[in-house]
Design a protein around this ligand. Structure first.
Ligand code: ZN
Ligand code: ZN
Length: 343
């Protein structure tokens, strides 16, 4: 076991500060990081250094508090700085596409799950009418899969992948270490974080980046499907839009819950008005669920005092567009496409 260089006392394994004299164990590395951060001109690079320093400091220490304040400053700097140049993120997207190969393997397992939901799920639905609106979309996912086969599967998987890459790029801009997207059969995809957002703002931006990219991908698939006359990709647009809407439920660790944390009380009421308006327009059951959870959060949460209007507009826009996409009519499935969705 190593000794404290300041007082000579024994250090506990994994300790960040000496339990006898409170000297910082990683003082040398912290000095280097502080110097590098003061010399860095790119806010993303500074955030990466601050976060590494934060990992080496005791959680409640004065130094850790000071670094959290720096992180909040540099998050603002990232948000106001121009987006990274297009070629770099296109290159990274292409490189990350290699992971699609492993995902294809997982697809076969997912396929079995969807057919199970399709056959057994319909029987279950008879007894579970309350859940019908929730499960209906997953059942129609199976209907589309059965009707359109691999074209639908590939399109949907690609659109889910783009959603996850939205999270990954937001994390990278804020200098937060995270894994590449991973696919879980039956559950979708997720990104594992090695470090955590330190402010409500970055958490909300990272959370909403998924639906922003995911909705854009679903819109793209829908556009291509309509232009090229591919019903399979029109179905990708509809299901992709719905899955992103599902992720906007402000519940648990879903993207919508993280986005909502940055909205103040007025903005939450405005968002509820958007949900109500879109429900009257589309009649889709998922909006009742989003509205109910949102009303519960308004009644029980303590929202931040400072409004973030850019985040509100992002949230409201993805919610409205995703809701509108539930109206997409999938050609080639007479009766089945509309009959399974909404009241
Ligand atoms: Zn000591
Ligand atoms: Zn997400």
């Amino acid at each position: 076991m190593p000794d404290c260089r300041s007082c000579g006392g024994q250090l506990l394994p994994g300790a960040l500060a000496c339990s006898h004299c409170h000297a910082l164990v990683h003082a040398d590395r912290l000095k280097v990081l502080a110097r590098e951060a003061s010399e860095a001109t790119d806010p993303t690079e500074r955030l990466r250094l601050w976060r590494e320093a934060l990992d080496l400091l005791p959680h409640g220490s004065r130094q850790a508090e000071a670094i959290r304040a720096r992180i909040a400053q540099d998050v603002q700097a990232v948000d106001t700085s121009p987006a990274p140049d297009d070629r770099s993120w296109l290159g990274r997207l292409a490189g990350a596409g290699g992971a699609l190969g492993t995902a294809a393997l997982v697809l076969w397992k997912l396929k079995a799950f969807v057919f199970l939901a399709l056959t057994k799920g319909k029987v279950l639905l008879l007894g579970l009418t309350k859940w019908k609106m929730m499960v209906s979309m997953f059942v129609s996912l199976g209907v589309y899969w059965a009707a359109f086969g691999w074209r639908f599967a590939v399109g949907l998987l690609a659109s889910l992948y783009v959603h996850e890459m939205g999270h990954v790029f937001a994390l990278q801009r804020y200098g937060i270490r995270a894994s590449a997207p991973m696919f879980v059969p039956g559950l979708g995809a997720f990104v594992r974080l090695d470090q955590y957002p330190q402010t409500v703002r970055e958490d909300a931006r990272v959370g909403l980046a998924g639906p922003v990219w995911g909705i854009a991908a679903a819109l793209f698939a829908w556009g291509v499907g309509v232009a090229a006359g591919w019903p399979s990709w029109v179905a990708v647009g509809k299901v992709g839009g719905w899955l992103n809407l599902f992720n906007l439920i402000p519940f648990w660790q879903l993207d919508g819950s993280r986005g909502l944390r940055a909205l103040d009380r007025t903005q939450r009421w405005l968002l509820l008005a958007v949900v109500a308006g879109m429900w009257m327009l589309t009649g889709d059951g998922i909006l009742i669920l989003i509205g109910a959870v949102l009303a519960f959060r308004i009644a029980t949460d303590t929202p931040p005092d400072e409004p973030s209007w850019d985040l509100f507009l992002t949230f409201a826009a993805v919610l409205a567009i995703g809701s509108g996409m539930t109206l997409i009519d999938v050609p080639g499935l007479d009766g089945t496409s509309r009959g399974t969705v909404g009241p």
